[in-house]
Design a protein around this ligand. Structure first.
Ligand code: DP6
Length: 360
């Protein structure tokens, strides 16, 4: 029996606060704008992947949540080819290394959350795939270098190689060599930041991100304004807000960018819809909470699906989650534990609080 070499890893989901939406090169997966995200903690949403290589394997196989998936798609092929080429280089410079680059791979991947429901499963999936194979191959490449490979699997995946606050700098080179992710701040640098995921629907989304963003880039007149004027400015402001731990600015930009992303989706032909009535209720509830409190207590953001992610500071956790749970008791799942008891937000009278709950 030939020896089996293997390595396992996990990669967390990241949720963009400044959205990537649009490609300037579909083959290399180069974006039309830079983006920023927050990587969620590993206890929340993550992909666990084991990569194995052996002389006895006869073909590359990938199992995702127990089902065999294609490994012949252009994106997976591009990632595997790059990783094998890096391993080959190592083997060429050190003849004592086993020739793993010539062995077929078996990859087993499991998500602990619904796949393709707009919860950034491809981000965690490709990041875990790249990290697991890089570990198996004992590659010396940095996160930044691996992020260029992960980007070719799924754009948002390049940001999941880091924890904390991450920027994907779009770059401007044609070969994509400067389009990679960098860390803006670690999770520990902003210890009181919290994120909650509100699972509005675990169904698979109707329009994939890839298809949706192509439609927007081709047909939306607002899109050009967004990528040329709005995002470059927001990118600077949001990076600074993260560095300064300025929650108000960070939260304000996060909501504005989620709304503009869904606006360009609606401005596409045919229009692309990702949010539903529950998503819109979450928006109006958070907007009312912030306006009644006279400060930004929480920020919402929605990716290519109806599920909401809220950002808030630890001191407001009971207010935010309590209010949402009271106002929207039918939400399918609460990722955030423990269950939270509603309490009255500072600056809001109990009458106002009651009317806020009833108004949704
Ligand atoms: C709305 O990274 O899934 O979540 O590169 O085609 O795989 P591909 O797209 P993907 O798009 C993510 C879109 C988004 C915004 C974001 O994560 O920045």
């Amino acid at each position: 029996m030939a020896k089996i070499y293997s390595a396992s890893t996990t990669a967390p989901v990241n949720i963009a606060t400044l959205k990537y939406w649009g490609k300037r090169d579909t083959k290399l997966n180069l974006p039309t704008n830079s983006s920023i995200s927050v990587t969620l903690s590993q206890d929340d949403l993550r992909t666990h992947t084991t990569a194995s290589a052996s002389e006895s394997f006869t073909r590359d196989i990938l199992w995702l949540n127990g089902t065999e998936e294609s490994v012949t798609g252009a994106r997976t092929t591009a990632c595997l080819a790059e990783l094998r080429a890096l391993r080959k280089k190592l083997e060429d410079s050190n003849s004592s290394l086993p020739p793993l680059s010539s062995y077929k791979l078996h990859i087993v991947s499991e998500n602990n959350f619904p796949t393709a429901a707009g919860l950034a499963s491809s981000a965690a999936g490709f990041a875990a795939l790249i990290r697991a194979i890089a570990d198996l191959y004992e590659l010396p490449q940095s996160e930044e270098e691996l992020s260029r490979i992960a980007r070719q699997g799924s754009g948002s995946a390049c940001r999941s190689l880091y924890g904390g606050y991450v920027a994907w700098e779009m770059g401007n080179k044609e070969d994509g060599s400067d389009s990679r992710a960098v860390q803006i701040a670690t999770e520990a640098q902003w210890p009181d930041m919290r994120a909650a995921i509100l699972v509005v629907s675990a169904k698979k989304k109707e329009t994939s991100s890839t298809t949706g963003m192509q439609t927007t880039a081709k047909t939306s007149p607002l899109f050009k304004y967004r990528v040329e004027v709005v995002v470059p400015e927001r990118f600077k402001q949001m990076s600074k807000a993260i560095e300064k731990k300025d929650f108000e600015v960070f939260a304000d930009l996060t909501m504005a960018d989620s709304n503009q992303f869904h606006a360009v989706c609606l401005d596409s032909s045919p229009p692309v819809f990702y949010m539903n009535d529950v998503s819109r209720n979450v928006i109006s509830l958070v907007e009312k909470l912030n306006s009644l409190a006279g400060r930004i207590v929480a920020a919402y953001t929605f990716d290519a699906g109806p599920n909401a992610v809220l950002y808030y500071l630890e001191r407001d956790e009971s207010v935010v989650l309590g209010l949402l749970k009271a106002a929207l008791p039918d939400l399918e799942g609460w990722q955030k534990k423990p269950a939270v008891i509603a309490s009255v937000p500072e600056g809001i009278s109990s009458e106002m609080y009651d009317s806020l709950k009833e108004g949704v």
